[in-house]
Ligand binder design. Structure first.
Ligand code: ADP
Length: 568
């Protein structure tokens, strides 16, 4: 038996799967091909879930959203060169959004790539990935797979989370080593994202600033949702009595119906507040860079973030608090409790309540209208009312107008249930996020999609049907990008750049793969279709006919379009 044990061997394929499983990673999102097909087969044979996609970008997006939901890196597996590049879009998006994921790509032979001798799918992937990833590594020796995977996991989740690229040359996968040596080379990551306790004086500085505030405001970003410090954040908001604004993916961290939510008075509070506490939110374009008209009167910022270089990125931060959000919020809460600080001035909270009432009444009026064909409001009213009965449902949302309207009309009640265009404001995350959210949570997903946004990932309907995922996709179909009314000014036969096939039946697409399609033209039909689709828990698509004149160019981002000065 001694000789049998001594001759037992393993290889790179097995060690990669062993290393992932050793770190409790149980799912891979990917697309097979040379040289990683056997890796996917082996992962499945060894009890991991392998979710196969039709395009790597969506596998990568699924992995990224799984990482955001679980604080464990989502894994995306691709082939070399083009497959890698498709996955790289998702990796870059994950890094931008601070989602932890690992893109693992097979690559071709180093000696040929490095001499540029023209290998099958030749590409220097490691260097191509570097500018778009938080870290990039290549493993060249089978005995390094354990430490390489451990390094990738830690890089993805520690500090500010992000995307990590892991390059696996084909030769590595086939490399054979002694099995016992292989087993001993595996590394279990201990405390992958250690707590980072804020410096006491930084907490004190923030508390003093809050104490002097007349019109304080808390801004919750998706970093706060990611941190899974839900109870501490809720206690901080409620015990301080400070009004708060959630960024779009922080919606539901506290229920949107919370009386301290200032969402319905957003522009008022941003302009009027004197001390603003950012919790896991960056002062990027989504917050008008912390300056200008949006921010009105001068203000002082407290910023809680794990990344020290985020501070002073756009405007001066009076009180930076650096650490993990759970530890920082807990320290602030302790300070607030100790100081027995009173609630904010009722003049401030009263003025906010008044604005909210006014805006909510105005919105209710718009939502009550019943135009034919439907507009964004009447369709979303139905969706809102159905979703209200199912707070556990995951919502994916993208589009221009569809994103803007749904964000403000659809209330969220639970943390980490809303997944959207994020930091880049991109289109194309839809079906990838929907699949990742369904697989990760085991709960239904409703993807509210503009017809244009859906197009980027539409083929993944087949993936949704193949795995029988409880995903209902709703297409806001207004015949084009932004809307369907543009005409070609030359009178030529090509349609305008923004226009699609008129009256397209997206519901027929899902039927091709065995899913259920609905075609709805009224709010009542929408209510019925969505209720039925959610109850069935099966793949479904609702083609919602929206007035093609409804919708504005780029939604609320019209101001970002450069305008042409030249006139012929
Ligand atoms: P939003 O788009 O919702 O405003 P951002 O993605 O701009 O949110 O900001 C998230 C911020 O949260 C990033 O600056 C990131 O460094 C920070 N962050 C992420 N996770 C944590 C954490 N666990 N603790 C502290 N800060 C975090």
């Amino acid at each position: 038996t001694n000789t049998a044990a001594a001759s037992e061997q393993t290889d790179g394929f097995h060690l990669v799967v062993d290393a992932l499983k050793h770190n409790d990673i149980d799912t891979i999102y990917g697309l097979v091909g040379i040289p990683i097909t056997d890796l996917a087969r082996l992962a499945q044979a060894e009890g991991m879930r392998f979710i196969g996609f039709r395009h790597e970008q969506h596998a990568g997006n699924a992995a990224a959203i799984a990482g955001y939901m679980t604080q464990k890196p989502g894994i995306c597996l691709t082939v070399s060169a083009p497959g890698f590049l498709n996955g790289l879009t998702a990796l870059a998006n994950a890094t931008t959004n601070c989602f932890p994921m690992i893109l693992i790509s097979g690559s071709s032979e180093r000696e040929i790539v490095d001499l540029q001798q023209g290998d099958y799918e030749e590409m220097d992937q490691l260097n191509a990935a570097k500018p778009y990833a938080k870290a990039s590594y290549r493993i060249n020796k089978a005995e390094d797979i354990g430490i390489g995977v451990a390094r990738a996991i830690r890089a993805a989740v520690s500090g500010r989370p992000g995307g990590v690229y892991l390059d696996l040359p084909a030769q590595l996968l086939a490399q054979v080593i002694d099995a016992e040596h292989g087993r001993r080379s595996l590394v279990k990551v201990v405390d992958a994202a250690p707590r980072q306790i804020p410096a006491p004086d930084s907490v004190q500085r923030a508390l003093s600033l809050l104490q002097g505030a007349k019109k304080p405001l808390i801004l919750l970003g998706k970093g706060a949702a990611y941190a899974q410090a839900d109870a501490a954040i809720r206690a901080l908001v409620e015990e301080s009595g400070i009004p708060y604004l959630p960024m779009s993916m922080a919606k539901g961290l506290l229920p949107d119906t919370h009386e301290q939510s200032a969402s319905a008075a957003r522009s008022y509070v941003l302009a009027e507040a004197d001390v603003v506490m950012l919790i896991g939110a960056r002062l990027n374009w989504l917050l008008a860079h912390g300056k200008g008209k949006t921010w009105g009167s001068p203000k002082q910022f407290i910023q809680i973030d794990i990344s020290p270089t985020e501070i002073d990125s756009n405007v001066a931060i009076a009180a930076p608090v650096i650490g993990d959000i759970g530890s920082c919020v807990t320290a602030l809460l302790d300070g607030i409790r100790a100081s027995a600080q009173g609630k904010p001035d009722p003049a401030w909270t009263g003025a906010i309540a008044e604005r909210k009432d006014k805006n909510l009444t105005k919105m209710a009026g718009m939502l009550a209208q019943n135009p034919s064909p439907m507009n964004f409001h009447s369709a979303l009213r139905s969706i809102r009312d159905v979703l209200k009965t199912r707070p556990d449902i995951n919502v994916v949302n993208e589009g221009a107008n569809t994103l803007d309207f749904a964000r403000s009309i659809i209330d969220m009640y639970e943390p980490r249930k809303r997944f959207d265009s994020g930091t880049w404001g991109i289109m194309g995350i839809g079906m990838g996020f929907a699949i990742g959210a369904a697989v990760t949570s085991g709960k239904p997903v409703v993807a509210i999609e503009g017809d244009s946004a859906f197009g980027f990932s539409g083929m993944e309907l087949e993936t949704i049907c193949r795995y029988e995922l409880p995903v209902t996709t709703i297409i806001f179909n207004n015949n084009g990008v932004y809307r369907g009314t543009d005409v070609n000014p030359t009178g030529g036969k090509d349609v305008a750049p923004t226009v699609f096939v008129k009256n397209a039946r997206y519901d027929k697409m899902i039927e091709a793969f065995g899913g259920v399609g609905y075609h709805v033209t009224t709010p009542e039909e929408m209510t019925r279709a969505l209720t039925e689709a959610i109850a069935a828990g099966k793949p479904a698509l609702i083609n919602a006919v929206i007035d093609e004149t409804a919708g504005t160019e780029s939604g609320r981002l019209t101001n970002l379009n450069p305008s042409t000065a030249g006139k012929k």
